[in-house]
Ligand binder design. Structure first.
Ligand code: B1M
Length: 208
């Protein structure tokens, strides 16, 4: 089995101790960091499907997530950076009620690589907390909100509303599996991105 396929398989199995070493071996073999990341994302998709069909439960999902996070730690120094450093500050978080953070962490990593200073508020972040952070930090250009659950889409909407109502001169970028460009537009977000790479591109566009 190619090393990159082993990475995917071990993420699926939640082999936290094995994944970092396999990621390093895949890098050493010459696989691109972006391809290894994609393999891990695909592994998590399988995990999601198995959860949907009742083959696995929340603890297995959690362990797989931990394995992926360990793999991402190894990849981080190898992800592309365009060298820019002063595009402003970006406040990022997963919206209230939502504890998923892998996608948000990847977006944070890519937006940081694009040249933003990142302030990561973590998960389960209330709209009020997003606005407070945008108000209290210097040179905030962007608020980036991640949401993975259909049940937390109203929290995403509320966050966009509160940032807009605050009168602050910041743009709001939204994303996450259930978010569509149409929904983003409907709730008044300034931008939508389907994945971490395009979030970095969109962030630069919005901060101009
Ligand atoms: Co959860 N979970 N989960 N889960 N989980 C999903 C999302 C689910 C689709 C699984 C399924 O049923 N097939 C489902 C949601 C269904 C729905 O709402 N439609 C689900 C559910 C139901 C739940 C619970 C309710 C389960 C329960 O308790 N019964 C519960 C909710 C807890 C809560 O949040 N309140 C729950 C819990 C968990 C764990 C804690 C166990 C764990 C998360 C651990 C962690 O994040 N630290 C977990 C996991 C791991 C998943 C799956 C398997 C994987 C998520 C993931 O990390 N994907 C997931 C199934 C799936 O996604 N196929 C699932 C990899 C990641 C890289 O992708 O996060 O989509 P993603 O990010 C992408 C894009 O979406 C985008 O870029 C990223 C990569 O390029 N993106 C942005 C994300 N944010 C963005 C922001 C942007 C732009 C792009 O701009 C700001």
């Amino acid at each position: 089995m190619a090393k990159i396929d082993e990475v995917k398989a071990k993420v699926e199995e939640g082999k936290t101790k094995l994944v970092p070493g396999l990621v390093q071996e895949a890098l050493d073999e010459g696989s691109a960091a972006e391809d290894i990341l994609q393999a891990m994302v695909e592994g998590m998709e399988v995990v999601g499907e198995k959860f949907s069909t009742g083959e696995i439960f929340v603890p297995e999902m959690l362990i797989a997530a931990k394995a992926m996070a360990k793999g991402v730690d190894v990849l981080k120094p190898h992800m592309a950076s365009d060298g820019a450093t002063s595009l402003g500050t970006c406040i990022i978080g997963t919206v209230e009620g939502d504890l998923h953070d892998i996608g948000k962490n990847l977006v944070a990593m890519m937006v940081e690589s694009a040249g933003f200073k990142m302030i990561d508020l973590g998960v389960d972040v209330t709209a009020t907390k997003f606005v407070k952070a945008a108000r209290e930090n210097d040179n905030v250009k962007l608020v980036a909100c991640s949401g993975l659950l259909t049940t937390t889409m109203p929290a995403l909407k509320e966050t966009v509303k509160q940032v807009k109502d605050s009168g602050l001169n910041v743009k709001v970028l939204v994303g996450g599996a259930p978010v569509t460009p149409e929904y983003a537009q409907q709730i008044g977000a300034d931008g939508y991105a389907p994945d971490a790479g395009s979030a970095a591109v969109k962030a630069k566009e919005l901060a101009r």
